[in-house]
Design a protein around this ligand. Structure first.
Ligand code: TNX
Length: 511
């Protein structure tokens, strides 16, 4: 069944609470309908009767769908206490998960009625997306790791869903403060629930170097030593094995890792480890402050390009994803001509090792035919480029901007950003000189100057990351603040049960 976008927009604007027929004593009416989903589905139409999970419910799947079915069962077993076996076939009381060649990419279809739930997609990634939707359609108690009472009703109806943009990213900064593999994994698990499909890792900066590079071992033995975080806290780095584990963990959640080595600026940690990477070969002092723009690789030295190529080669070899980010931002101490020389030699190296380069918006000044530009600085002159663009406007999408001047953590150089500010813009209309066909997607970076642990990360990321996820996934026709804030408010109890340290913004009607 299909409904037009307009009808869906009107539908989504309705109050989301749907009362179940059963009156009298018992659990409170379910505040869920088929469209109580974050990010908003492209098309959703309510049905009459929902599906009750019971001790006899089975999940059917075959082939590549089995792994996704097992993920769903694993998510639901603890709180329901039901066995939810994954079987090949069943007729009634079944959740059927299957691949259907008529759909493609990340799209999926979901149908829920009294006797069955049917989830179909053209790819496992599409099925994974559908499972994230399904998980939000059972009451929040499902997030508990201990058995809860239920009932476990999935509201009836149909969803026909697909992404607006191919790239929906988040970013963690491991350089300013190191975050452990477990913290990164927990973040991946959280962001993947909102159909975020890329995680960009900022792995080097002035303070520290956070990824093992065999051909330049002092990068981590010195640049990743204890005390290399801002104010001398933290330190650490990912071994290649840990990085690969993160890549694999992410892949199981259909998240692709995009590693970043920032060049030619933001390189003080590399230069402390290898003074020959400076023009005068004098070792700079280690830096644990948060100033930017003072360090630069030396564009006139050949060793600079050997270094860049070694790092790119090793990084490409440990990264199955298609993208490699080479930074390029805030190179204030690199003469402009040197910057262009550097980028025009280094950007093609990424292609040589089989990857597509991404760089911060400053790289748009260089000849970079295939590189993707990541827009961030809303204070810079209008961005002009002929290639694809990822949208991360600092005053909307930077998760490290404070909510207001009284909330803990974060900076405010781009202003303060409440939830509504992060939701209220349109990725393909923001840049007047970039045609909308070139907008590849959105990304919400989270810089870690002020962040030492996961609770602090979560406080800044949630709920604003969800606003960016919805801008990336949902069609513009569904964009509606009142609908968004109601769905977000209803999501709060899930985070509470998961122990996610989110910011309970006064703009949101938390249930
Ligand atoms: C700007 S955004 C930076 C980072 C800082 C961030 C803090 C960008 C490409 N550069 O070096 O960490 O602001 O918000």
């Amino acid at each position: 069944m299909r409904v037009t976008h307009l009808a869906v927009a009107a539908f989504l604007a309705l109050p989301l609470a749907v009362t179940t027929a059963s009156a009298g004593p018992g659990p409170a009416p379910l505040p869920l309908s088929i469209s109580s989903v974050l990010p908003a589905p492209a098309e959703a139409i309510p049905g009459r009767e929902g599906f009750d999970l019971t001790p006899d419910t089975v999940i059917t799947a075959g082939g590549p769908a089995v792994a996704i079915a097992e993920q769903l069962a694993a998510a639901w077993r603890p709180a329901t206490g039901f066995p939810l076996p994954v079987v090949e076939d069943a007729t009634n009381n079944a959740i059927k998960i299957s691949l259907d060649g008529r759909l493609d990419g990340e799209a999926y279809r979901l149908g829920v009625d009294r006797d069955r739930v049917e989830l179909t997609a053209g790819t496992p990634a599409g099925l994974f997306n559908g499972v994230q939707t399904l998980r939000q359609l059972v009451p929040a108690e499902i997030e508990s790791r201990k058995i809860q009472k239920g009932p476990w009703t999935i509201p009836g109806g149909r969803i026909n869903d697909r992404p607006r943009f191919a790239y929906r990213g988040a970013m963690l900064d491991l350089a300013r403060h190191f975050h452990t593999p477990d913290e990164v994994k927990r973040y991946i698990d959280q962001i993947s629930r909102f159909k975020i499909n890329f995680l960009h890792l900022h792995l080097s900066d002035d303070q520290g170097w956070r990824i093992q590079i065999d051909s330049w071992p002092r990068l981590t033995s010195i640049g990743g030593a204890p005390g290399t975080g801002v104010r001398g806290t933290g330190g650490g780095f990912l071994t290649k094995a840990e990085y690969r584990e993160i890549v694999e963990f992410a892949a199981q959640r259909y998240v692709t890792i995009v590693p970043e080595i920032d060049m030619p600026g933001h390189v003080n940690a590399a230069q402390v480890a290898y003074p020959e990477l400076t023009c005068d070969a004098v070792a700079p002092r280690p830096r644990i402050d948060i100033r930017v723009g003072y360090s630069s690789l030396c564009a006139g030295k050949e060793i600079t390009y050997r270094f860049a190529e070694d790092v790119i080669r090793e990084l490409a070899a440990m990264t199955p994803g298609p993208f490699l980010h080479i930074g390029g931002d805030e190179a204030h101490s690199t003469p402009h001509a040197d910057y262009l020389t550097f980028q025009e030699r280094v950007l093609p190296m990424v292609g040589k090792y089989g990857k597509t380069a991404i760089g911060w918006q400053e790289i748009a000044a260089a000849k970079q035919p295939n590189a993707i530009v990541q827009y961030w600085n809303h204070q810079a002159p209008p961005l002009e480029t002929t290639g694809r663009v990822i949208m991360s406007p600092a005053d909307r999408a930077y998760l490290d901007m404070q909510y207001d001047l009284l909330t803990p953590g974060g900076l405010h150089w781009a202003g303060t950003t409440e939830v509504r500010d992060s939701y209220s813009w349109d990725p393909d209309q923001l840049l007047s000189r970039v045609p909308k066909e070139l907008v590849f997607g959105v990304e919400a970076p989270l810089w870690s100057e002020t962040l030492t642990d996961l609770a602090e990360i979560e406080f800044l990321a949630f709920p604003r990351l969800v606003a960016i996820a919805e801008l990336g996934w949902s069609p513009r026709s569904t964009h509606d603040w009142n609908s968004f804030k109601a769905r977000l408010g209803a999501y709060g109890p899930r985070w509470t049960r998961q122990g996610v340290h989110f910011y309970s913004s006064p703009q949101i009607p938390w249930s």
